[in-house]
Design a binder for this molecule. Structure first.
Ligand SMILES: [Zn+2]
Length: 316
């Protein structure tokens, strides 16, 4: 009988950009990371931003991370709520601030007049280039819980606009890579369970689990990083090695806005706001799936009637 050694590598990657911006809310800390599963709002979706705590308070000032101008706003969007998009020529990116209770200055005046006419319906307002100029650290709005937010917080994104002919696609990036932020809370990676072809195996540290491998192994792991006492986030990368070969790799670095509602490509059933089952197989090709060599591997592996020895190797 052959044994396969499956190793999961979870890397916490840090990329240093030459220019790092301040967080949009002072003295705050993150409560959610990029790529998490959300079954809140109007339909399941990826969490395509970073959440900063507003200390559960509405009305805390939110500041622009850099010079730029107002690009667009959304009012009462089912997931984002009240949201402002600022375009920054210096990095050719939009910064996005969601779940606001209100905007600031001239933008709020415009919102007031739109609301008079259209009420509290979902509305999108685009602004002409360079009309409303914003300076770095200007207050652009105030924290709130509009949209899907359960408690007041600041949902923050970085987006790149890509043009394909007449079409525009916004690519949402992991905003944490643009922010000068170091978490001082204790971090701990937790992988407590693995689910293979619908059978659940409990994992305890350093104890290998033997798993039958006679079918295509639909491997899913229950995984999160615990930060401090109360925060659970998804790790940046999860990868799977079989016999020392990289078979499957997910990296939450970018998600196209038209992929936002495809979280089922990555998250298995039973996933929710607090519980992530990450699939280590897929038939889809969305951006976070970087390597998928299952077909190659299964063709190659003639002996399927074998067991897998599963170990986890968190790095970093
Ligand atoms: Zn969020």
């Amino acid at each position: 009988m052959r044994y396969l050694l499956i190793t999961l590598y979870i890397l916490i990657l840090t990329i240093f950009f030459s220019e790092l911006f301040q967080i949009p809310i002072e003295n705050s800390y993150i409560t959610s990371s990029f790529g998490e599963y959300r079954n809140t709002g109007n339909k399941p979706h990826f969490h395509t931003g970073i959440d900063f705590s507003s200390f559960s308070k509405a009305g805390i000032p939110i500041r622009s991370i850099e010079n730029g101008y107002v690009y667009k706003i959304w009012l009462n969007e089912p997931i984002y709520g009240n949201t402002i998009f600022i375009y920054h020529p210096s990095i050719n990116r939009l910064s996005v601030y969601a779940h606001l209770s209100s905007f600031n200055g001239i933008v709020q005046n415009i919102v007031d007049s739109v609301k008079k006419e259209f009420g509290n319906n979902f509305a999108k307002i685009n602004f002409p280039k360079k009309e409303i100029v914003i300076k770095k650290r200007d207050i652009i709005g105030f924290s709130g819980k509009s949209g899907e937010a359960q408690v007041p917080n600041v949902h923050f994104e970085i987006r790149e606009i890509k043009k394909f002919g007449d079409n525009k696609i916004e690519i949402v990036e992991d905003a944490l890579e643009y922010i000068n932020y170091t978490d001082i809370r204790k971090k701990e990676l937790v992988i407590s369970k693995i689910r293979i072809n619908n059978n659940i195996y409990n994992l305890s540290e350093n104890v290998p689990v033997e798993i039958p491998f006679y079918l295509f192994p639909k491997i899913e792991i229950n995984i999160f990083e615990k930060v401090g006492e109360n925060t659970k986030i998804i790790p940046k990368r999860v990868s799977l090695k079989i016999n020392d070969e990289m078979i499957y790799k997910i990296e939450f670095d970018k998600i196209r806005d038209d992929e936002m509602y495809s979280p089922d490509s990555i998250f298995g059933y039973g996933s929710n706001l607090y519980n992530y089952w990450v699939k280590l197989y897929s038939t889809s090709k969305i951006t976070p799936i970087k390597i998928n060599r299952w077909n190659e591997f299964l063709n190659f592996s003639k002996e399927r009637n074998c067991k897998c020895q599963v170990t986890f190797d968190p790095l970093g």
